[in-house]
Design a protein around this ligand. Structure first.
Ligand SMILES: Cc1cc2nc3c(=O)[nH]c(=O)nc-3n(C[C@H](O)[C@H](O)[C@H](O)COP(=O)(O)O)c2cc1C
Length: 250
């Protein structure tokens, strides 16, 4: 590969770290990437030798990706590649943040023993947890937590906990935007994902906080949300879109 191709590749990497066409890097066919399209939506083309230049950053592709993402709750017992995990975390930290705070922390856990210990603490935490609002999900999970085989992370091989500094009103918004980046990137890498709220609900549980502290999550951090990631077993149902939820005012 000539120097030009390398430079082009670095341009591509800096724009989209494996996000759009990870297979391009794996392919020996990979030849050259160029920049220079006019539209802000189309900053890049990927060139394959002997083929017509292929657009990879079209708005329709992004919409397809957004529509294809589903919450996955059944996972294969297969680890996520380290490279893919790093790509997910990179997608997270490229999310927008209020005032460019970037005060978040994403803690990815792949260790099965740690995940099981966390599950036990969540199960215990729900025994004394009193839901503080009418959100039915909280009541359901409390009931589920008393059942045999309860697993709040759906036995996924990866759990990513998003936490943020206290006394920062955009903490949740920033982490949620980062999580959506993770979900969409996961979809682009052929991985399933799901938002899980249990650690957020139990964030004031002292035993859980002690354990999270041992994983490097500061005690004062708000636990905003978490994502589970892994290989899907079967497609998830597609919930229909509700009507009358958008308006265009001209
Ligand atoms: C704020 C928020 C909290 C959620 N909490 C959970 C959760 O604790 N457990 C879970 O299985 N799914 C959770 N979900 C996923 C939703 O149930 C899911 O997005 C919804 O049913 C629509 O399905 P879809 O993601 O496949 O479009 C949550 C989603 C959001 C946005």
């Amino acid at each position: 590969m000539g120097i030009e191709a390398w430079e082009s590749m670095n341009i591509f990497r800096s724009y989209s770290p494996g996000l759009l066409m990870p297979q391009a890097f794996a392919s020996p066919q990979f030849f050259c990437i160029d920049k220079g399209l006019k539209s802000k939506y189309n900053p890049l083309y990927v060139y394959f030798p002997g083929k017509i230049p292929r657009e990879v950053f079209m708005p329709n592709n992004i919409l397809d990706l957004i529509r294809a993402r589903r919450s996955t709750r059944v996972f294969q017992d297969r680890a996520v590649l380290r490279q893919d995990l790093e790509t997910l975390l990179e997608a997270a930290v490229w999310a927008p943040s209020g005032g460019n705070n970037q005060s978040w922390l994403f803690t990815a856990i792949q260790n099965k023993d740690i995940l099981l210990k966390l599950n036990e603490l969540v199960r215990q935490g729900f025994q004394t947890y009193i839901p503080d609002d009418d959100y039915p999900g909280k009541q359901q999970v409390k009931i589920h937590s008393q059942r045999e085989g309860f697993n709040f992370y759906y036995h996924a091989p990866v759990l990513i906990i998003a936490s943020n500094k206290p006394n920062y009103e955009n903490a949740m918004a920033d982490c949620s935007l980062a999580l959506e980046n993770i979900f969409l990137t996961a979809e682009s890498l052929g991985l399933g994902s799901c938002y899980v709220n249990q650690l957020h609900w139990l964030q004031n549980d002292p035993g859980l906080r002690d354990f999270l502290f041992t994983l490097g999550i500061p005690r004062e951090h708000r636990i905003c949300n978490s994502a589970v990631i892994g290989y899907t077993v079967k497609p998830s149902p597609v919930p229909a879109r509700k009507e009358n939820t958008v308006r265009i005012v001209e």
